[in-house]
Design a protein around this ligand. Structure first.
Ligand code: E4P
Length: 217
């Protein structure tokens, strides 16, 4: 399973890249707005760093406008994937952009029916939001399992990109279910590293080693 970072904060990406575990980045209008500054410049900087897929979301609301905005975003960098919100307009825009060879990530997906329609119009990625479903007492992971099964049975090429991830357990569950990608805030990736027994074990190894060295002198 590929790991994307769900952020528009360049320092977070710079800190994670040397670890060799980051395959791409997802942004959304909220994340870019939080950074301030010029969103295009931020997206270009992220593309230059990551050299992998970077989702940039349209803020238009009609298919015609989404196509125009998507074309413009795609020209920013070859790594840009145009994100469109699910809906009639988004689905129509996805079909047209995909026809032009532009990769599309259909976002704000909350049902298997929506994921099916996104795949039918050739989305490169579909983004079901697991955390926001959990927030309304509906299992986000049940949806991931359903979408993975549907895409497998019908051999859709659309990749399942698990979004709205809130903790390491979402990542492990997504991997177990066979999702293609999990996009995580930097703090969730930090959580994937953490285990107290690793810390305790390392302290003991180093202390034993030091003691043995001291006994030699
Ligand atoms: C990424 O593609 C999504 O926009 C993001 O994961 C949404 O996360 P949130 O529900 O924490 O805002």
């Amino acid at each position: 399973m590929k790991l994307f970072v769900d952020t528009a904060h360049v320092p977070d990406i710079e800190a994670l890249l040397p670890l060799g575990i980051v395959d791409g980045v997802t942004t959304n209008p909220s994340l870019l707005a939080r950074e301030g500054g010029d969103p295009d410049a931020i997206l270009k900087a992220i593309c230059g760093l990551v050299q992998g897929p970077v989702s940039a979301e349209v803020v238009s609301t009609t298919a015609d406008e989404m196509v125009g905005e998507g074309r413009r975003l795609a020209l920013l960098d070859e790594h840009i994937v145009v994100k469109v919100p699910f809906g009639r307009e988004g689905v129509a825009a996805c079909k047209r952009l995909t026809g032009e060879g532009i990769r599309v990530n259909v976002t704000l997906v909350f049902s298997a029916a929506q994921a099916l329609l996104a795949a039918k119009v050739g989305a490169a990625y579909v983004s079901p939001f697991v955390g926001r479903l959990d927030d309304v007492a509906t299992s986000g992971m049940d949806l991931i399992g359903q979408v993975v099964d549907i895409y497998d049975v019908h051999e859709f090429a659309t990749e399942v990109l698990v979004a709205s991830v809130r903790g390491p357990l979402h990542v492990v569950e997504a991997a177990t279910l066979g999702a293609d990608i999990c996009t995580c805030p930097a703090k969730v990736i930090d959580g994937l590293f953490a285990h107290p027994l690793t810390d305790i074990g390392l302290q003991k190894f180093l202390a034993d080693w030091e003691r043995a060295q001291a006994a030699k002198v």
